[in-house]
Design a protein around this ligand. Sequence first.
Ligand code: B12
Length: 149
Amino acid sequence: MERACDDARHSGVVIVSSLASDAHTWNLVYLQLLLEEHGFQVVNLGACVPDELLVAECLDRAPAMVVISSVNGHGYQDGLRVVGQLRRRPALARTRMVIGGKLGISGARDGLRADQLLDAGFDAVFPDGPDAVPEFERYLSHVFERVAS
Ligand code: B12
């Protein structure tokens, strides 16, 4: 699920991060490797990232994209809260931000809540499922020029 936004023809740094409540790490390692395969330079902030740290790192690094992953079931609440904090900063108002993973605890029905995350400021939402990663890869090739040969 994707919100319309301007084309971003640059690569640069991508921040991969979990959210404050989430201790899972292999999802982040997976995303880091996937993004590196696509030619991005990744800064992986790891698990249980406090909102303030995520905001500070984004302001400091001015990433081309922020990729948030959560699988513990609190992703909708945590994501809604944190994207508001990120978008409130003028420097991050137009930064590309996506979120994905096991965002809730209701399985397929959680997909219905993706609209709330888009309304709150994410550019795209990738709820868990067999299509999530292929859709994310299509999204990457759609909005960024491939930087790896
Ligand atoms: C290992 C594990 C743990 C370990 C984590 C250790 C570590 N260092 O990571 C420990 C024991 C700490 C743990 C704790 C908990 N866990 Co746990 N855990 C797992 C487990 C078994 C495997 C997760 C894993 O590593 N997968 C491998 C990675 C590579 O895959 P992934 O996480 O699924 O990510 C994939 C997709 O989700 C997707 N994806 C993820 N993010 C993004 C982002 C984008 C943008 C895109 C495109 C795709 C994407 O791509 C990834 C690759 O396919 C899963 C069950 C399972 N089999 O998945 C439960 C699971 C994630 N845990 C769960 C739960 C509930 C918990 C606890 C709350 C349990 C408890 N009561 O304490 C705590 C939460 C702790 C916390 N504060 O977060 C639930 C979440 C339920 C939900 N969301 O519906 C699961 C699904 C188990 C279950 N079936 O109930 N857990």
